[in-house]
Design a protein around this ligand. Structure first.
Ligand code: ZN
Length: 139
């Protein structure tokens, strides 16, 4: 991974073979980033996305192994168990220009990933919410 920093904004380039969620979480720990937002584009050919089934309070997961453009990677940074946590969603486009997407569990970079992180000076923890079954932002 390569990155540049200007004030509270980071520009990152992930390389082929790097897993996005794990790489970003490690980066946030190293840079002491505890809140902010993430936006990115790139390519992947090995990705796990999810859809939250609210009635069963569980994620339906799908492993996809084909060449995708990452049309949009969006999410936020908060704190879970005193460590930075990324909540990311992804939109994927295939060779037929069909788009799919969901909650991002993991994605391995196939060509490159170009990601901007804006860090903000806040401390937002996630706490389990019995109404949704999710760890929601405690604001
Ligand atoms: Zn989500």
């Amino acid at each position: 991974m390569h990155f540049r920093k200007d004030g509270n904004v980071y520009c990152l380039r992930l390389q082929k073979g790097q897993e996005i969620v794990e790489s970003l979480t490690q980066f946030l720990k190293e840079e002491y980033i505890r809140a902010g937002f993430i936006t990115g584009i790139g390519a992947t050919d090995d990705v796990t996305i999810g859809y939250y089934d609210a009635s069963h309070r569980t994620y339906v997961k799908e492993d996809l192994k084909e060449a995708f453009e990452i049309l949009g990677l969006n999410g936020n940074i908060t704190i879970v168990d005193d460590a930075p946590f990324t909540h990311l969603h992804i939109m994927l486009g295939n060779e037929e220009f069909k788009v799919m997407g969901g909650h991002l569990f993991r994605a391995v970079v196939s060509l490159t990933a170009e990601i901007f992180i804006t860090a903000v000076d806040m401390n937002i923890e996630r706490k389990f919410d019995s109404e949704t079954g999710l760890k929601t932002m405690n604001i």
